[in-house]
Design a protein around this ligand. Structure first.
Ligand SMILES: N[C@@H](CCC(=O)N[C@@H](CS)C(=O)NCC(=O)O)C(=O)O
Length: 214
């Protein structure tokens, strides 16, 4: 069977997610570096987003679709549960994170630092101040959730947790995000516990300040 090729960027949170899936399941893969809206990205994704995947003659884009394919097609621990309630909770948290939390914490908060519209490349203080209350509110939501069962979808590790971890990593590289997570003990403990997983450690982006593409 040919190796899996992941098309994306080490600094991209969504690329990190699918690389973690490969590591968790022990799937050999190669990363082909491609930035968002690059020709390689558009070759796989209609809107030029990363990541994408190639496995033999099968090409796919969108992180959740890629994760589902990898989970169903390869041996190793199931990351998207089959039990109906667990499966639905996993789906629910992937959706909540991708539609709201990623938008707040990465596309708005992180980008106000690394891709500011200030003209002189300094952090966009007004945008940061405007989004910090939402960052804190969402940290509170995540904190209350993981306080119950230790994970996003109940009491076991799933793809929902993988999908959140790179966002928590990035948000803690910035002062307001770091303070918010530090003040949320169950979420801090959850992050530390999951960050120790080899799948996370092996796929960490290069050190240094985050910069595009998030
Ligand atoms: N829904 C997509 C989102 C992927 C995404 O937004 N990736 C970012 C990089 S982390 C990107 O390509 N951004 C470029 C853009 O939005 O034009 C997925 O789940 O794969």
């Amino acid at each position: 069977m040919p190796d899996v090729e992941i098309i994306g960027a080490t600094r991209s949170t969504y690329t990190w997610v699918v690389r973690m899936v490969c590591e968790e399941k022990g799937i050999p893969y190669e990363l082909k570096e491609a930035g968002p809206r690059s020709p390689d990205a558009f070759a796989f994704h209609p809107f030029g987003k990363i990541p994408a995947m190639r496995h033999g003659d099968f090409e796919l884009c969108e992180s959740k679709a890629i994760a589902t394919y990898l989970d169903l097609n390869f041996p190793g621990p199931r990351l998207i549960p089959t039990e109906p309630r667990q499966a639905a909770l996993t789906e629910q948290w992937v959706s909540l994170v991708n539609t709201r939390i990623d938008t707040t914490m990465i596309r708005t908060y992180l980008f106000a630092y690394i891709f500011p519209k200030t003209g002189d490349n300094t952090p966009d203080r007004a945008a940061i101040d405007a989004v910090v209350p939402a960052v804190k509110e969402q940290v509170g939501l995540l904190d209350g959730t993981v306080a119950k069962g230790g994970f996003l979808a109940g009491d076991s590790f799933t793809y929902a947790d993988i999908n959140l971890m790179p966002i928590l990593f990035r948000v803690q590289q910035l002062p307001e995000g770091a303070a918010a997570v530090a003040a949320a003990k169950p979420l801090s403990d959850y992050y530390q516990r999951l960050a120790a997983r080899p799948s996370f450690q092996k796929t960490m982006p290069p050190p240094g300040a985050p910069r595009r593409p998030g």
